[in-house]
Ligand binder design. Structure first.
Ligand code: F6P
Length: 368
């Protein structure tokens, strides 16, 4: 690969898409390495790509990143709208979408930054790649999402914290399930990938795990519950990924959000499963939708360390001229991959994986 080492003096850092625990660890490490090790200036872009378009930027020094390691969210703010190539503009009281990327580039130029680190999921990394390909602007990506669905990295930071939160929720639901002889359904996030559902379900000892990769038959789910009942097991735990879908139907869409990177907001399949299971088995069933609790709170040690490693590696990548690339985890190392490759393919749960096999072997039903 042809790498251009530039005389970098000032770098920008931007966080886009949904927040994920560990973003502040990335920012902190990037600022410390850039200012300390390389003597660079760092500019934080506020509120995702909107900050580039609207020129909302601020200087970041070691003072601004002090004490942020255990904090969830992002100190820079973020949004999953505001794509400069398809930007919502108000005209005569109406919202029209325009390509304002030239304006974003003019602001970048005026700020004096020589390179930009973009911390984001699929949507934000696609925009970063467009800035790189269309304008040749030096960009380095850092993968972030609680969904863990980016193929080019072994794991995204944020996932471990979301997994921990979901597992704790299952542990807590067990209490009422056991005491009241109920079926408890927990709906978790993950969009089109079942990583959070599968792994929290396994860690929390769920009896049924429904994931987008395996369309479910509600009769099979009920059979599993009834089989447990027949064996004297009076309660059951079902974990449902928000993207899970019945064999004869579609994913449950909570809302169409046209101006977002992802135009479909998922949610509600847990209620569907809960209603059908209660109706068919006659056992009292309650549904909990975990929602954004999975994205909040203090990052786990794993996410703090992974975030820090990726933040430091992103600055190193800038200094090595690895533009148009994304830093990633290739256990046990941190590596880089071309952004174009990184955004090309979603990482979903492989059906032949040992995790799925083990789940089946220990009696977990996927409703198939
Ligand atoms: O991609 C992360 C994620 O939390 C998904 O799991 C979920 O579907 C989506 O974002 C929710 O996004 P929002 O906060 O915009 O509703």
């Amino acid at each position: 690969m042809n790498r251009r080492r530039l005389n970098v003096k000032k770098i920008g850092i931007l966080t886009g898409g949904g927040d994920a625990p560990g973003i502040n660890a990335v920012i902190r490490a990037a600022v410390k390495v850039a200012t300390g090790d390389y003597g660079l200036q760092v500019i934080g872009v506020e509120q995702g790509f909107g900050g580039l378009v609207e020129n909302r930027m601020r200087r970041l020094t070691s003072k601004e990143v002090r004490g942020i390691l255990p904090r969830g969210g992002t100190i820079l703010g973020t949004t999953n709208r505001d794509n400069p190539f398809h930007y919502p503009c108000r005209e005569n009281g109406e919202v029209v979408f325009k390509d304002v990327s030239a304006q974003a580039m003019a602001n970048i130029k005026a700020s004096g930054m020589n390179a930009l680190i973009v911390v984001g999921g699929d949507g934000s990394l696609k925009i970063a790649n467009q800035l790189y390909e269309r304008y040749g602007f030096p960009v380095v990506g850092v993968p972030k999402t609680i969904d863990n669905d980016l193929s080019a990295t072994d794991q995204t930071f944020g996932f471990d914290t979301a997994l921990t939160t979901a597992t704790e929720a299952i542990d807590k639901l067990h209490t009422t399930a056991e005491s009241h002889y109920r079926i408890m359904v927990l709906e978790v996030m993950g969009r089109y990938a079942g990583w959070i559902a599968l792994q929290s379900g396994l860690a929390g000892g769920a009896d049924v795990i429904l994931i987008p990769e395996i369309p479910f038959d509600i009769n099979k789910v009920c059979e599993k519950i009834e089989e447990r009942h027949a064996k004297g097991k009076a309660f059951s735990i079902i974990v449902v990924a928000e993207g899970a879908k019945p064999v004869d139907g579609d994913m449950v869409v909570a809302k169409i959000v046209k101006d977002s990177f992802e135009q479909i907001r998922l949610g509600g399949v847990g209620n569907l499963v809960g209603e059908q299971v209660e109706k068919s088995t006659g056992i009292e069933t309650r549904v909990t939708i975990l929602g954004h609790l999975q994205r909040g709170g203090s990052p786990t040690p794993f996410d703090r360390i992974l975030g820090s490693r990726l933040g430091a590696a992103a600055v190193n990548a800038v200094m090595d001229g690895r533009f148009g690339e994304m830093v990633c985890l290739r256990t046990p190392h941190i590596a880089t991959v071309p952004l174009a490759e990184a955004i090309g393919e979603m990482r979903r749960v492989p059906l032949g994986s040992d995790m799925v096999r083990m789940a089946r072997q220990i009696g977990v039903s996927f409703g198939d």
